[in-house]
Design a binder for this molecule. Structure first.
Ligand code: FAD
Length: 406
């Protein structure tokens, strides 16, 4: 497609990754986004109530997420990421017990580890709880890992997808479990440097352009229609619920999703977490993870179906009481707080749903799909989104070995 234009619709990480790879390879790229900003489900913004830059939800990337890291390096975003020690501190809110999970100190025996990695063979339709639920380390390790990585309760999460991520994390070498956090916010690492790179390579970026339909010859936006030439290509980097309305043939019928709830508390002073790191896992609690960035303490609750419909004040009170127990500061009044509910944070990673994900190719040879939910071995994550964007760009440009470095 040397003379053609690559149109990318959706400026989440999948669309940004596709656009960056193509633009750096010398392709003319035009990117459209419905919102007034890029980043989609992975973004930062200034919150007036807290008077701080916060993320829509705390994110963690691991060293095992090689494509995400390659993207961050290619756009310069890695300078806004901090690599931590490969150690995951936990506290049990019910008993006060504390422990740390690291490659050298997994709180599980060899039999359990082999089982979680997929030996013996995982039967079709098996769930994480069905496979690991009776193991000694289920509540302390496999359940929190499953909820964090798959945003799906172990009772319904696919055991084979979980095994795949565990193989990447546990067998991926010394760096695979290195956690990366974002002291300046997600956008500083993944979004702003991508937009700057795209501008530098001559890409056009249009915000507030919502695609309403696509055909073999046209991209129809609310206020504009673009005629497609035979040499042009299109990547739709949209979530399934958006694709459903613009290209019903390519989107499977409604895909179930799961919410993530985040609470951001602005404290009087930067708190010190047990273990001294930037995050802390919690078990036997509604809260799953605490993240700390300066004086903002953020709580993440994954697979938060039971919480998402409760009033914000109730959520703040419930989560703050757990934080106070975790930090040993009982009865502290609730500080200024922002509750964010991402109701469609990711797909539900049950066996039936992940089996229905489409690939990047569509029935039309010039039209490709990207997004964290497209069929890859990864659950819906930054790694899945960025990998799918790169894969779609490779297909659209007909360049199998395209990378983020051009
Ligand atoms: C609270 C939360 C916490 C998370 N935590 C982690 C984590 O710790 N680690 C991790 O790896 N992943 C995490 N994830 C998942 C990760 O954020 C997503 O997998 C990733 O951001 C998805 O990117 P995407 O580009 O596929 O989709 P999206 O980000 O949804 O991007 C799609 C874009 O398309 C735009 N769009 C939609 N419809 C149209 C239209 N009709 N026309 C034009 N544009 C349109 C949208 O506005 C959006 O910008 C988390 C997600 C959430 C919500």
């Amino acid at each position: 497609m040397s003379q053609g234009i690559l149109y990318v619709v959706g400026a989440g990480l999948a669309g940004l990754a596709a656009a960056v790879a193509a633009a750096k390879a010398g392709t003319r790229v035009v990117l459209f986004e419905a919102a007034g900003h890029a980043g989609g489900r992975c973004r930062s913004f200034r919150d007036d109530r807290l008077d701080r830059v916060i993320d829509n939800g705390s994110h963690l990337v691991l060293g095992a997420n090689r494509t995400a890291l390659a993207y961050a390096h290619a756009i310069g975003g890695h300078e806004a990421m901090v690599a931590g020690e490969p150690a995951f501190p936990f506290v049990d809110i019910a008993t006060g017990a504390r422990w740390s999970v690291s490659p050298k100190r997994l709180p599980a025996g060899l039999g359990e580890i082999l089982k979680v990695l997929g030996l013996p063979w995982i039967s079709k339709g098996q769930t994480v709880a069905g496979r690991m639920g009776k193991s000694r380390s289920f509540r302390r390790l496999w359940q929190p890992m499953c909820e964090a990585i798959m945003n799906t309760a172990p009772e319904e999460a696919s055991a084979s997808m979980f095994a795949w991520t565990m193989r990447r994390a546990l067998l991926g070498g010394a760096s695979a479990l290195v956690p990366y956090t974002f002291p300046l916010g997600l956008s500083a690492a993944f979004v702003a440097p991508a937009l700057a790179t795209l501008s530098m390579f001559g890409a056009e970026i249009h915000f507030r352009r919502r695609l309403t339909a696509v055909t073999a010859t046209e991209l129809v936006f609310e206020e504009q229609t673009i005629a497609l030439r035979p040499e042009d290509r299109v990547i739709l980097a949209l979530p399934p619920w958006a694709l459903e309305s613009v290209l019903p043939d390519a989107a499977p019928p409604t895909m179930p999703t799961r919410p993530i709830v985040n609470a951001h508390f602005r404290l009087a002073a930067p708190p010190l977490l047990p273990g001294g790191g930037a995050f802390l896992g919690m078990v036997n609690s509604t809260s799953h993870w605490i993240f700390v960035r300066d004086d903002v303490l953020s709580i993440t609750v994954s697979a938060a179906d039971a919480l998402a419909d409760r009033p914000n004040d109730d959520i703040a009170a419930l989560l703050w009481e757990e934080v106070a127990r975790a930090l040993g500061t009982p009865n502290a009044p609730i500080p200024p707080v922002r509750i964010l509910k991402e109701r469609r944070a990711t797909l539900a990673h049950d066996c039936a749903t992940i089996g229905r994900r489409p690939g990047a190719a569509t029935g039309h040879p010039h039209l490709f799909l990207a997004g964290d939910w497209i069929d890859t071995p990864w659950p819906c994550t930054i790694e899945a989104a960025i990998s799918s964007g790169l894969a779609a760009a490779r297909l659209a440009l007909g360049q199998k070995s395209l990378t983020f470095t051009g």
